[in-house]
Design a protein around this ligand. Structure first.
Ligand code: NAD
Length: 290
């Protein structure tokens, strides 16, 4: 029977470290990290995410601003707000909650955020840095997965890692972070043939597909570590991941539940990136003699 990986516990551990460091920095500098979160429209899940981000800011002792804008907000109005926040020295991170309404081009919006305030690490310059392994900001969800593996002393080096999903926000950066830790990485996607043959090779299997019960026990090697990134809603309204938890936990050595696995880590890593951004700002102003 697999050991359950407790994302809530690890997330709290990280937030406590961030909170302590923030307190120490506040005593030294008189200021704290600041995060601005922008939500456009009425997506109910997005409202929950934004509220959780605000609560995490409060917990860590950060300054936060949240903007809940109507669905009718124009791209121009959104870009103007981002420009104001780019210039605001109290704001170290700007996060625009996705998805945006169809009349707003997400790439244009992401590109408008200054790379040094892009705490989601979606801006092409930050994506490029992730490829090179020279990053300040880690993409939050994949970075959260790496922290879970580290906390449970699961060594990645030399392991066969299979990632199912090749999205820009999860699958691709996940593969990069595993590669930087010396894993042998295979990325699977909707056109992969004989998927189960590939996933059965995995010592560590990361699933980011977005289909409930997608990974079944016959796709998993005995003793594999199974990380479920998926967040899906069942017909009864309850959350579930991409993995058939009940059958797979009998075969795996470690497994993340949904909810309570990867999900809570994403917000902690956002806090981590905001703290990093703040520290880089302080360093830049010290170097400039301000
Ligand atoms: P996406 O839709 O952009 O990507 C899904 C990927 O799955 C694609 O690359 C596609 O090729 C692959 N795929 C689809 N069908 C497949 C098949 N039959 N076989 C193999 N691969 C297949 O989704 P995403 O943004 O990467 O998110 C994936 C899941 O992770 C979603 O459930 C999302 O809600 C969840 N998610 C969770 C967090 C978190 O904080 N835990 C963060 C981001 C996304």
């Amino acid at each position: 029977m697999a050991q359950k990986i407790d994302g809530k516990e690890v997330s709290l551990f990280i937030k406590d470290k961030i909170k302590n460091e923030t307190e120490k920095l506040k005593n030294k500098t008189g200021s704290v990290p600041g995060l601005a979160v922008i939500l456009v429209g009425n997506d109910s899940a997005s409202h929950v995410y934004v509220r959780n981000k605000k609560l995490a800011c409060e917990y860590c002792g950060f300054y936060s601003e949240s903007y809940e804008l109507p669905e009718s907000t124009s791209q121009q109005q959104l870009l103007k707000l981002i420009d104001t926040l780019n210039k605001n020295n109290n704001i170290d991170g700007i996060l625009v909650q996705m998805p945006l309404p169809a009349h707003i081009d997400a790439d244009t919006v992401i590109n408008a955020i200054l790379p040094e305030k892009d705490v989601d690490a979606f801006n092409p310059s930050n994506v490029g840095r992730i490829m090179l392994g020279e990053y300040s900001f880690l993409p939050c969800t994949p970075a959260g997965v790496m922290e879970l593996l580290k906390y449970y002393n699961i060594d990645v080096s030399g392991k066969e890692c299979v990632v199912i999903g090749r999205s820009n926000i999860v699958g691709k950066p996940m593969a990069m972070l595993l590669l930087h830790e010396n894993a042998t990485v295979t990325v699977c996607h909707s056109r992969t043939r004989e998927l189960a043959d590939v996933t059965r090779r995995a010592d560590i299997l990361v699933c980011a597909v977005g289909h409930p019960m997608f990974v079944t026990a016959d796709m998993v090697k005995d003793g594999a570590v199974v990380i479920d990134v998926g967040i899906n809603r069942k017909p009864d309204g309850k959350l579930c991941g991409d993995v058939d938890f009940e059958s797979v936990e009998k075969k795996a050595s470690f497994i993340t539940p949904v909810p309570g696995g990867v999900g809570p880590m994403t917000i902690s890593m956002l806090m981590q990136n905001t703290l990093t951004s703040y520290k880089l700002k302080v360093k830049r102003s010290q170097n400039n003699g301000i």
